[in-house]
Design a protein around this ligand. Structure first.
Ligand code: ASP
Length: 310
């Protein structure tokens, strides 16, 4: 049994513009604090990941929960996963439109169902049957993303409907179309967990599901190796099953930093895809690597003070 604890959180690997750096930094820092408070009190890695990810979903600067990118039809469709390294069970939801915090429903799927992935209306029905309330889809839409949607439509006209009329605060617009969030944790009982949540890619085809909610792609956790949350070009990440590939590198003897770097190199070499990932291993060591211009992330371990990078 390990008494060391570790938590790492991210707000996506992408070309974060200068004007969004501070908001991203504050967002990952808050999420780290919320998740760390859970671990510090002896809470589980699953709880720490869920709490940190809820915090990130609630910050509009990220492409998860409120503030997510709109799809081709002007709607937000969300994907999320949580994985338990003790049992290898995961829970995930995909293409949901009426859940403010899809990671909470992913956790319910993990713990209160025999299934690993529920999509669309079925996932929303599952949430309701387990006591969560649905939101109006417009509550997830912010002005920044509506503006982006209209700009993209102007540059490549297509027969689209208007986006849902939500007007939550979104801050100033920014270039780039990413900002998936996630967390990886090791608790004092030696259990590892991972979570990832996203609105996916801007202008995606309705019903498109990326890597994020797919076990082994957007996230993976195994108590024998480590926990991983990935972000970046989803279709490329799926090709190399990136998060599981990173865990396999740990199993072959790489330390978390080397495993993260090799996994990102693998993604680039085999798919030309770009992205990033965070790893926490069973010894409470952290690895972080990305091939995009920036990645917003923060981590803390028993052996290291809180660190924030954007
Ligand atoms: N991987 C996510 C997706 O393709 C996007 C991201 O990580 O930014 O849906």
């Amino acid at each position: 049994m390990s008494n060391k604890i570790a938590l790492a959180v991210h707000g996506g690997a992408w070309g974060i513009p200068d004007e969004l750096v501070e908001a991203c930094r504050a967002g990952v820092q808050q999420a780290l604090e919320r998740g760390w408070a859970v671990l510090e009190k002896g809470g589980t890695a699953l709880d720490a990941c869920e709490q940190a990810t809820v915090e990130l979903e609630n910050v509009p600067v990220f492409d998860a929960g409120v503030g997510s990118h709109l799809n081709r039809d002007g709607r937000v469709q969300l994907d999320a996963i949580v994985m338990d390294g003790a049992t290898l069970k995961s829970g995930a939801v995909a293409a949901v439109e009426r859940l403010r915090n899809p990671v909470q429903v992913a956790r319910l799927v993990l713990e209160r169902s025999d299934h690993m992935l529920l999509v669309g209306a079925g996932a929303e029905q599952f949430a309701v049957e387990h006591g969560l309330s649905l939101c109006n889809p417009s509550e997830l839409v912010i002005a920044r993303e509506t503006e982006r949607w209209y700009q993209e439509r102007a540059s490549s006209p297509a027969p689209l409907a208007s986006p849902s009329a939500g007007q939550a605060e979104g801050g100033s617009g920014g270039s780039g179309t990413m900002g998936t969030v996630g967390a990886v944790a090791l608790d004092a009982h030696g259990n590892l967990a991972a979570s990832t949540s996203t609105g996916g890619t801007a202008g995606k085809f309705p019903g498109r599901v990326g890597d994020s909610p797919l076990v082994g792609c957007g996230g993976y956790a195994d108590n024998l190796t480590g926990a991983v949350s990935a972000t970046g070009a989803g279709e490329a990440i799926m090709k190399v099953v990136l998060s599981k590939a990173a865990c396999d590198l740990l199993a072959c003897g790489s330390d978390p930093q080397a495993a993260a770097e090799k996994a990102v190199a693998l993604l680039q070499e085999r798919t030309q895809g770009r992205g990033g990932l965070l790893i926490v291993d069973r010894k409470a060591r952290v690895g972080a690597a990305f091939s995009t211009a920036r990645m917003a992330y923060a981590f803390r371990t028993t052996d290291s003070d809180p660190t924030v990078h954007v």
